[in-house]
Ligand binder design. Structure first.
Ligand SMILES: Cc1cc2nc3c(=O)[nH]c(=O)nc-3n(C[C@H](O)[C@H](O)[C@H](O)COP(=O)(O)O)c2cc1C
Length: 397
């Protein structure tokens, strides 16, 4: 962790500041990879803007000056606040510390991070750097044979839950990436970076860091999977993934492979929420992949109530998409989420200032959850309920 990073982190006063600093540090193609959404980016914008439609109905005069209790539990694991880190791929190209920084920061904040299958450090390396519990997000890299090996590694390394992403039967239409000449499966290696030289050279700090890290931009989990006694190439593993997206039918098989809770990520409708319960999921993540997959779906905060209604307390419900403030977290919890999750917010922190940048973002979000709870009149998480918010009638009861 450099002194420069610690200094940069002190300039982050809001998630929007982290976003601005990240934009400045990163070469255009890397920035656009993080920031962009699919298609016209309608859902990307909606995820953020929909929080403005949730209004608080505060209980004034209800709390003492004492700090509220932010602690809760997620699938049996105690956490210090109802805020978790969503899986984000390619983090080593945002900062060499990548997911090592994410699990470190999450643990220090008393919460947990979800490691993406598309990580730059191995499942085992990340577990070794973790100072708290972590979840593992599964893509079927290398098809079912590859998935079996990833799940086994995650189990051996002690990840607590498996998060199965279902909204990615193929990559979404990321127009920003294609404008940069990047097409799925996205690969940033020395050759592509050289081709992008004119857009990379104006960002010397990023370039020096990436060079010191020997341009370790491989999707490391794609480089060691075996099929029929032979190690697949990275490209083979990715092609098998594209040919074998995760489906509901896989949950039965996964249950045999994985000894722990399984979450279905990408649920947006009541039908799919019920489907998740039918196949034995222990939780659902209401998510539209941060507006990066199918464009023109509902903002997640708008979809939350119908999923919570369909689930009816049988499994835990989580939400990600557009969370940029602690107040957004309180809104999601009021509408029935066990916890909210952030993707870009922590990625901005990482890209802006490495590990101290994520520490800072998590601290700011915690302070805002704390402040919002006091102002709405909630002394603990259980007191954050539906009576504290008003939402547009079409979102459901
Ligand atoms: C740069 C980036 C990479 C992502 N990579 C993954 C991934 O590998 N697996 C996955 O399930 N979701 C991935 N997501 C989606 C996030 O897990 C999450 O659903 C989304 O970021 C939430 O929206 P937010 O960014 O507005 O917080 C990614 C999101 C971003 C921004």
């Amino acid at each position: 962790m450099g002194i420069g990073e610690a200094r940069a982190a002190t300039r982050i006063k809001t998630v929007a500041d982290a976003r601005r600093l990240a934009h400045r540090r990163l070469p255009g193609p890397v920035w656009d990879y993080i920031e962009g959404g699919a298609g016209a980016e309608t859902t990307l914008r909606a995820n953020i803007n929909a929080y403005e439609l949730v209004h608080f109905l505060p209980r004034v005069g209800a709390v003492t000056g004492d700090s509220p209790d932010l602690s809760t539990s997620v699938l049996g694991t105690p956490v210090s606040m109802p805020l978790l880190l969503s899986p984000v791929g390619f983090t080593r190209m945002m900062d060499p510390a990548g997911d090592l920084a994410a699990v470190g920061a999450a643990g220090a904040a008393g919460t947990l991070a979800t490691l993406s299958s598309m990580s730059g450090h191995t499942i085992t390396e990340v577990a070794a750097a973790a100072t708290g519990p972590a979840w593992f997000q599964l893509y079927f890299l290398g098809g079912r044979a590859g998935a079996e090996q990833l799940v086994d590694r995650a189990q051996q390394a002690g990840y607590r839950a498996l998060v199965v992403t279902l909204d990615t039967p193929m990559p979404g239409n990321r127009e920003r990436d294609s404008r940069h000449g990047l097409s799925p499966p996205l690969r940033l290696d020395r050759r592509t970076i050289t081709k992008m030289a004119p857009r990379v050279l104006p960002h010397p700090r990023w370039l020096v860091d990436a060079a010191r890290d020997r341009f370790s931009l491989d999707l490391i989990n794609t480089t060691s999977l075996e099929l029929g006694g032979k190690t697949m190439t990275s490209l083979e593993a990715l092609l098998h993934w594209l040919a074998y997206p995760a489906k509901w039918e896989d949950f039965g098989w996964l249950r045999e492979q994985w000894d722990g809770p399984i979450l279905a990520k990408g649920v947006l409708t009541a039908d799919d929420a019920r489907r998740a319960i039918d196949v034995g999921a222990d939780g659902v993540v209401v998510s539209n992949h941060g507006g990066r997959q199918l464009d023109s779906v509902d903002a997640t905060i708008a979809a939350l109530a119908r999923v919570v209604g369909a689930v009816d307390g049988r499994v835990e419900v989580y939400l990600d998409g557009g969370v940029r403030r602690g107040a957004d977290v309180v809104k999601a919890v009021a509408l029935g989420a066990k916890a909210a999750m952030v993707g870009r917010a922590w990625a901005y922190g990482l890209a802006a200032a490495g590990r101290p940048g994520i520490d800072r973002v998590l601290r700011l979000l915690r302070e805002d959850i704390d402040r919002t709870m006091r102002l709405v009149g909630a002394t603990n998480i259980a007191e954050i309920d539906r009576s504290l918010v008003r939402t547009p009638p079409e979102w459901g009861p």
